[in-house]
Design a protein around this ligand. Structure first.
Ligand code: ATP
Ligand code: MG
Length: 297
């Protein structure tokens, strides 16, 4: 199975290409197609991971359904047979990796919930003793579980640059206090449900990023949800605070890129077949662990 790096649905109106997803405008809706592109260190790599887009879409669908009682989401349908006729013409390419979603006015904030100290949170904490302005007890170690989950928003970069952590006050100034409070409450509620579930499946959900938007139906959970691309999952078995944990999905990719001493500037390199194969295995394993089902593509 070759990797799908880009879709070219010439008869549809291309709305945007993100690092991973191609979006097409379909009337008032959006067709969101997850390709097999993979990014690392903020760059899309020259190689894709075959089937990755399907894993991301199917996992998001799993979580949308799991969370339906807590939060409405942007999904209209992921069944290609229910797509409008001009879209359904591309059924074979779209099946499994796409969703028709309600076009939302996206809030320009990445809603991050963290239950563990890692990544930019760990960096912040080392420098300031806080994460996004939230004071934490002294003496916490890298990857340590926090006394309680925290909400640490980031500004959504518009130019593909790195997202920057912001305080809750800054978020409130940008999108309004009431909306900011709603997004914080939803993010923490979702995190707490999802992390408790993930633990029963042998995974630590260290942190995760949500994107919310506004539609005619009000605030909805949009984008992808709780995938290995938007979340830090660690195997519970072998979890050991006091240092970094092996990232579940992109560890081989990052190790390889460090090994070849890529300067992290364009053009991004491709990956050897073995790194692709091992990474692919990790994405499918994440799906299998979380859902209990094996995904066939
Ligand atoms: N319901 C929705 N309505 C409008 N935009 C959406 C919706 N759901 C997700 N999006 C946007 O679609 C894009 C998804 O593509 P992708 O995840 O590849 O982008 P990204 O690389 O993460 O971010 P960027 O858009 O900054 O490149 C994101 O910009 C996201 O904000
Ligand atoms: Mg994204």
């Amino acid at each position: 199975m070759p990797a799908l790096l880009q879709t070219e649905l010439a008869d549809l109106h291309l709305h945007a290409r993100g690092k991973v997803r191609d979006l097409y405008a379909v009337g008032e809706s959006l067709l969101m197609v997850a390709t097999d592109r993979i990014s690392a260190f903020d760059h899309v790599l020259a190689s894709g991971i075959p089937g990755k887009g399907t894993v991301l879409t199917q996992l998001s669908l799993f979580w949308f359904d799991f969370l339906a009682e807590i939060v409405p989401n942007h999904l209209i349908t992921a069944n290609v047979d229910e797509y409008p006729a001009d879209v359904a013409a591309h059924a074979e390419e779209l099946r499994g990796r796409s969703m028709l979603v309600a076009k939302a006015q996206m809030f320009p904030v990445e809603c991050v919930a963290r239950g563990y100290l890692s990544g930019s949170g760990w960096k912040d904490y080392q420098a300031t003793g806080k994460v996004c302005g939230i004071a934490l007890p002294a003496g916490l170690r890298e990857s340590e579980r926090l006394p309680e989950p925290i909400f640490t928003p980031a500004s959504k970069s518009l130019d593909g640059e790195h997202d920057v952590n912001i305080s809750f006050e800054e978020m409130a100034a940008r999108i309004g206090r009431q909306t900011a409070e709603t997004l914080r409450r939803l993010s923490l509620q979702i995190y707490s449900r999802a992390s408790a579930y993930a633990e029963t499946r042998g995974l630590v959900l260290a942190d995760t990023k949500f994107e919310f938007g506004r539609t005619a139906k009000g605030i909805v959970l949009a984008d992808e949800a709780l995938t290995p691309d938007s979340s830090r999952y660690w195997p519970l078995d072998g979890y050991e605070p006091g240092g970094p944990q092996k990232s579940f999905d992109k560890q081989y990719v990052r190790d390889y890129l460090e090994e070849i001493r890529w300067n992290k500037r364009s053009p991004a390199p491709g990956l050897p077949d073995e790194v692709v194969a091992r990474t692919q295995e990790k994405y499918f394993e994440a799906y299998r662990l979380l859902t209990g089902e094996t995904l066939h593509v």
